[in-house]
Design a protein around this ligand. Structure first.
Ligand SMILES: Nc1ncnc2c1ncn2[C@@H]1O[C@H](COP(=O)(O)OP(=O)(O)O)[C@@H](O)[C@H]1O
Ligand SMILES: N[C@@H](CCOP(=O)(O)O)C(=O)O
Length: 303
């Protein structure tokens, strides 16, 4: 088998009330160059991956082994070079991109015994929720569930003109730490609020109802609990729409914050506002405008 490249995108999960069930992909990529050979080598490259293990403990390699376990076939030896543009532990799904890329690479090495749905199921079970891995695999916006019966999903093409602005602070927040602050139980009122807003948000995204996003993205399931971990988040959720955002949410478990914008307009005032909130809170970071990635994970021949 010749060498090949797997490219998996970053993702922004939850989008407010779609906790563990709704996400979209953005064009920042984790790339694996896989060269079948005599022995296994894991080679993390570039500054973002400094400190990640260069051996079989690497998260990408552990993801590859999941396919061997699922199929009962041993993983053929290969050199796996890993590069990523996704900032780690910022709420942009770096672990999901690494997981999906590893699973897709191993599946390819084994002659593709798993179809796309099975790849998603392996990834979602490992991650524990499907809202990052589904858009990382399929691109676009994905609504997904994971339960005892498996993983189910609907992929949506992004509405025309819908763009994303992300504020990526210069500090890490691990997903496990940001999950640990969530309550174990929710009131009936908060549950109904979340269900109705997540359903409205999915329908609004499906029909391109950009006018509904600001309202539909209201959430009391996770953002209120995580706000103390992300200085400035509450201000942005309350006020970003006054500066041109169509809606705002904590991206995944944070600390990145996502705003939607209309690509036909300018985001200059939104950028100035977001940078100002960061400065007011003594933080540094960057603001990026990104389209929504529609390709998901791609496999191509290596040069
Ligand atoms: N390309 C990669 N190679 C190896 N490990 C990775 C890679 N991307 C992410 N990881 C692992 O995932 C961790 C971040 O995962 P997580 O806390 O879920 O944050 P997020 O997925 O939001 O970036 C990193 O600290 C690292 O251990
Ligand atoms: N639904 C999860 C999403 C975590 O996303 P990540 O990009 O922070 O890994 C959660 O909110 O915990």
């Amino acid at each position: 088998m010749s060498a090949f490249v797997v490219r998996a995108p970053a993702s922004s999960a939850n989008l407010g009330p779609g906790f563990d069930s709704l996400g979209l992909s953005v064009p920042l990529y984790t790339t694996l160059t896989v060269t079948p050979g005599e022995r296994t080598e894991v080679v993390p490259l570039g500054p973002e991956l400094e400190g990640t293990p260069a051996n079989e403990d690497n998260y990408v390699y552990r993801a590859m082994l999941l396919v061997a376990q699922r199929t009962g076939q041993p993983l053929p030896p290969a050199r796996v070079e890993i590069h990523t543009e996704v900032p780690l532990a910022r709420g942009l799904g770096s672990s999901a991109a690494a997981l999906v890329a590893g699973i897709v690479a191993a599946n390819r090495l084994l002659g593709s015994p798993l179809d796309d749905h099975a790849v998603l199921d392996v990834a979602a079970r490992e991650e524990g929720h499907p809202d990052n891995v589904a858009p990382a695999l399929f691109g676009g916006i994905v609504v997904a569930t994971l339960d005892k019966l498996g993983t189910h999903y609907v992929r949506l093409d992004p509405p025309e003109h819908l763009g994303v602005t992300v504020l990526v602070p210069d500090f890490e927040l691990s997903t496990s730490k940001a999950r640990a602050v969530l309550p174990r139980e929710y009131s009936r009122a908060d549950t109904i609020h979340a269900l109705s807003h997540a359903a409205l948000l999915a329908a609004a995204l499906a029909q391109g109802r950009l006018d509904l996003l600001q309202h539909a993205m209201q959430d009391y399931i996770h953002q209120v609990w995580r706000a103390p971990l992300v200085p400035g988040l509450s201000d942005i959720l309350d006020d970003a729409h006054k500066h041109g955002a169509l809606g705002a949410a904590l991206s995944g478990a944070g600390p990145t914050v996502l705003c939607f914008h209309d690509q036909r307009g300018t985001t200059a005032s939104l950028h100035a506002y977001l940078l100002g909130v960061m400065k007011k809170n003594g933080l540094t970071g960057r603001v990026l405008d990104l389209p929504i990635d529609t390709q998901g994970t791609l496999v191509t021949p290596a040069d």
